[in-house]
Design a protein around this ligand. Structure first.
Ligand code: NAD
Length: 343
């Protein structure tokens, strides 16, 4: 048997997930949830989806009666993750939600509780947890292959907004507009991209940050960035004494990771985007096969669920919640100019 998956929200990332599921071994794209009738028709014919497995945001709860759907994958704007994860859980479906898990700690806790109460499992769409280059940097760091990691630098940003164009009101294309709306996004690039820098720092060290400091970058265009940051830099302190210094932005292109350890270093660039990743350590090149990240993520999650086993901790709601706690602390530190403790 394969795991029957319904995708909820059919935007740009859902397209990539659908293509991953198409070539997956353990999943079938069985259903869709969309607010746009034309997309329903297009996906129905493209992916051969039965009419009875097509829902909109209003009639979605009827999925409780549909035995042909095992899991709902929520790929909506961040501010909608909570509502749809909880509705899917109440319908008795396992759930995957995209990153960031939600906007507040309370939202994450409610999502975890709804899944527990309804005896379904909740996974996060952290695609890099299955990726060989990232599994290797996690091993190098956590097993102290080059000694204790003391310092990490991680940056991820894309030039979606051109800082030289300070007058424009349409610098961001339509699909990114919800990312500028705080209610729907929860914040700017920290929520969207910076989360990968937090994740990488946490899994290289195998530790949780104990304190953060942070600084918002310059806002070049106050019309575009009236609700969300354009850039942010932050620093995380870890119990071992290790430091991580990170940046994220929508004003310039950057995608790199560097870790300094007692007996060497490792680095990747590109590091955190879709790859392919390139890197080296003080012992030589880091070169691993390029995988289909969405397919691998779906297969790894499906294998566990099909065997009725528990998902590993590092991909569950608890993991998503840890990142939101750090993100909230970073925003607080940037707003107050003070160090924020996480202990
Ligand atoms: P998108 O804008 O392309 O898609 C969002 C979808 O939500 C659209 O189909 C839109 O119609 C629908 N939607 C429903 N209600 C909406 C509303 N009120 N406002 C706006 N859109 C609404 O965005 P995306 O890039 O596909 O991102 C969706 C989610 O996936 C986000 O949480 C994002 O962080 C995440 N994401 C993850 C990765 C990854 O690598 N894991 C990559 C990209 C995006």
């Amino acid at each position: 048997k394969k795991l029957n998956v319904a995708l909820c929200g059919l935007g740009v990332y859902a397209d990539l997930v659908a293509k991953g599921i198409q070539v997956s071994e353990y999943c079938t794209l069985a259903g869709i949830v969309t607010g746009t009738p034309s997309k329903a028709a297009q996906w129905k014919s493209q992916y051969n989806i039965p009419e009875k497995n097509i829902y909109n945001y209003q009639n979605f709860d009827e999925i409780i009666k549909n035995k042909d759907i095992d899991l709902v994958y929520v790929i909506l704007p961040n501010g909608l993750h909570k509502e749809f994860v909880i509705r899917a859980a109440k319908a008795g479906k396992h759930v995957i939600t995209e990153k960031p898990m939600a906007i507040t700690v309370k939202d994450c806790e409610e999502m975890i509780k709804a899944c527990d109460d309804n005896k379904v499992q909740l996974a996060l769409g952290y695609r890099l947890h299955y990726e060989p280059t990232h599994l290797e940097i996690k091993r190098l760091g956590q097993e102290k292959v080059l000694g204790q990691v003391r310092f990490i630098e991680a940056s991820l940003g894309y030039q979606i907004h051109d800082p030289r164009d300070t007058k424009s009101t349409v610098n961001l294309n339509d699909r990114n507009e919800w990312r500028l709306n705080k209610k729907l996004s929860g914040g700017g690039p920290l929520m969207d991209l910076g989360i990968y820098c937090i994740q990488a720092s946490r899994y290289i060290l195998g530790e949780e940050p104990i304190a953060v400091t942070a600084q918002f970058g310059t806002i070049h265009n106050k019309q575009i960035f009236s609700e969300t940051e354009e850039s942010i830099s932050w620093q995380m302190e870890f119990p071992s004494g290790a430091l991580s210094s990170c940046n994220t932005t929508v004003s310039y292109n950057v995608d790199r990771l560097y870790a300094s350890a007692d007996e060497g270093f490792f680095e990747l660039s590109p590091a955190l985007s879709y790859g392919p990743y390139e890197g080296k350590s003080s012992k030589g090149p880091l070169k691993f096969p390029v995988i289909n990240q969405q397919q691998t993520q779906m297969d790894e999650i499906a294998k566990v669920l099909l065997e009725n086993k528990k998902l590993p901790n590092h991909i569950t709601g608890e993991e998503g919640l840890k990142d939101i706690k750090v993100i909230n602390a970073i925003y607080k530190a940037a707003e107050t100019g003070k160090k924020v403790s996480l202990t």
